[in-house]
Design a protein around this ligand. Structure first.
Ligand SMILES: [Zn+2]
Length: 139
């Protein structure tokens, strides 16, 4: 039996974003078949780790690309991520957003270098004091 997916997505594990992420895939991106890979810190593990965790992520991307024939890789980090020390670790929420966008752009470059014929997109999930979640397209 053959089964194909539309995209593979790498996100953080943070439970606060799970439902919003799936709604975002379906309602905003029109993606109904997504290989969703979650790892604490999201792209942090892709760009800061040289070893096993990075290889683990790429092994999963390879499965999505080779077995499920995805044409798109989506990278999503989120505001107030514990792996980066939360929002409190940054001078301001604006600085946090800017720095997260730098991480995401870096990760997009790395993934695109590995899969040059695939689309690679990045979003930052923003969360407000009422836990409302919105998605900002980074690249
Ligand atoms: Zn997180």
């Amino acid at each position: 039996m053959s089964h194909t997916a539309q995209a593979v997505a790498l996100t953080c594990i943070d439970f606060r974003f799970r439902k919003a992420l799936h709604d975002f895939f379906e309602n905003e991106l029109n993606l109904y078949a997504v290989d969703h890979m979650a790892i604490g810190g999201g792209v942090k593990q892709l760009i800061e780790n040289e070893g096993e965790l990075r290889d683990f992520i790429y092994k999963n991307f390879d499965i999505a690309v080779n077995l499920h024939k995805v044409n798109k890789v989506i990278l999503i980090n989120h505001q107030d991520c514990g792996a980066y020390g939360g929002t409190a670790a940054f001078q301001s929420p604006e600085v946090e957003i800017t720095e997260q966008e730098v991480y995401l752009r870096h990760a997009v470059s790395a993934v695109h270098a590995k899969y040059p014929d695939k689309q690679v997109e990045a979003y930052l999930a923003l969360i407000d004091s009422d836990n409302n979640i919105t998605f900002k397209k980074v690249i």
